[in-house]
Design a protein around this ligand. Structure first.
Ligand SMILES: Cc1ncc(COP(=O)(O)O)c(C=O)c1O
Length: 436
């Protein structure tokens, strides 16, 4: 591990040289915000690059460094950063004012666009974020079923306070949880047999996003759907990130249908938004025309910008052909990355589906989150290497293409990945051997 520590140190020094103004801004931010930030996955030691502009597929930091954006705000920005129709929609909306505190037509129109993609969201409600959407989805189903137990899968992430990527997250909402390993059908059946009578809901990602872009195997996804249906236990599918992977999300690709679906990220067209919805059995809970109903508030639930720009995004910009093209480009990129790693005979592998992917240490695709402890330092190395070469990927080596990423950018990126492999193949092979 000394070699990787040395390599990281060298990249760190190059990064520090490129980012003096960011260092100043970090010192100031650090006086007020823990580790100078308000979103832990952005943290970088000794300081993050502070961004000041985003255009199409390019980010600029306060030091004037430009980056090809291959992360697109962790999957949010499907159309890129400055799609003309979205900029026009935002300006038009802004010209009519900001928070109204009343209903607007765009809420129902956005709901219609969402239902065209997810017909099983027969009724839905908006929220401020994916986290909120998942929290509401779980609480709605548990309340409707008058049961307290929620089954979740290890490595799944449903928001900052529903984070099952680590054994104990101190700020997680204290749901009465049953935790089951992901992609382990036998363990799931066993948990259902043990807790089925008291389970109120199962919540899952069909591809773990934060857990490393690891898809559910088809057998596992179908087994979860079949068994929950047979037992009469509602299944909540979190498509906050995966809605970008197909017009009908990943449910469409797996050929399954959730009882309640959670959305977020792209549905606000670049502004904060979340949505959860399903059958009236669950959603009517919020209808005040019924004798007993549950209040659902939220000052920004129908935020004017999110509703209107989200509507234009889903209706006119993130169209089925545009999504397909972006996801095909992602599939091709991931295939090229894996061919490159195989040809160079290095222990690296890119997981994912469509436009999202994640680099891991190893020679085969992982089935679980955090399957190999060697991935983390290698992901950091990749991140730092890309940062000093002008490519923006996540610290955990997550990449998510937008419609604005073009073939020319991806070819140039593949050259930088090739440089990475050439520079560090010895180190990677040594890491592999030292564990054997
Ligand atoms: C699958 C999934 N669910 C929920 C969330 C939380 O969404 P938000 O960050 O908008 O709160 C995320 C965010 O990354 C996610 O990937």
């Amino acid at each position: 591990m000394d070699a990787i520590a040395d390599a990281l140190r060298e990249l760190r020094s190059r990064y520090i040289e490129r980012t003096p103004r960011s260092a100043e801004l970090f010192a100031r931010a650090d006086q007020h915000l823990p580790a100078g930030n308000t979103r832990n996955n952005l943290y970088l030691e000794p300081h993050m690059p502070f961004l000041c502009e985003a255009r199409d597929a390019e980010l600029t930091d306060v030091d004037g460094n430009r980056y090809v954006d291959l992360l697109n705000d962790f999957t949010v920005c499907v159309p890129g950063h400055s799609h003309p129709q979205l900029l026009a929609a935002a300006s038009e909306s802004l010209s009519r004012g900001m928070s109204y505190g009343g209903c607007i037509a765009a809420e129902a129109e956005l709901a219609e666009c969402i239902k065209a993609r997810f017909p099983n969201m027969e009724q839905l409600r908006f929220a401020n974020s994916g986290t909120e959407a998942c929290l509401y989805a779980a609480q709605t189903v548990l309340a409707a079923r008058k049961r307290s137990k929620l089954l979740v899968f290890d490595g799944n992430y449903h928001g900052g306070v529903m984070n099952f990527c680590a054994p104990n997250v101190a700020v997680n909402v204290p749901f009465d949880l049953v935790r089951v390993p992901f992609n382990d059908t036998a363990a799931f059946h066993a948990a259902l047999a043990e807790h089925g009578d008291s389970l109120g809901a199962v919540i899952m990602e069909l591809m773990m996003n934060t857990g490393g872009c690891i898809p559910a195997t088809a057998d596992f996804a179908l087994a979860v759907r079949d068994a929950t249906e047979a037992a009469g236990i509602p299944l909540i599918i979190d498509e906050v990130m995966t809605a970008r992977l197909g017009y009908h999300g990943l449910q469409g690709q797996y050929g399954i249908s959730a009882d309640v679906t959670c959305l977020g990220k792209m549905i606000g067209g670049g502004f904060s938004a979340g949505a959860f919805g399903g059958a009236p059995e669950f959603m009517q809970l919020y209808d005040p025309r019924r004798g007993s109903f549950t209040p659902h508030g939220g000052s920004f639930n129908n935020n004017v910008m999110s509703m209107y720009v989200g509507l234009v995004a889903l209706r006119d910009v993130i169209t089925r052909p545009a999504m397909d093209e972006m996801n095909q480009r992602g599939d091709a990129l991931r295939a090229r990355l894996n061919s490159l790693f195989e040809a160079a005979d290095v222990p690296l592998v890119a997981s994912g589906g469509g436009s999202v992917m994640n680099l891991h240490f190893g020679r085969s695709l992982p089935q679980r989150a955090n399957a190999d402890t060697r991935s983390k330092p290698v992901q950091s190395l990749f991140h730092r290497h890309m940062l000093v070469n002008g490519y923006w990927v996540a610290g955990r080596a997550l990449m998510a293409l937008s419609m604005a990423n073009n073939d020319e950018q991806l070819e140039a990126f593949l050259d930088r990945v090739s440089d990475f492999v050439t520079a560090y193949s010895g180190l990677l092979l040594e890491m592999e051997l030292s564990h054997a």
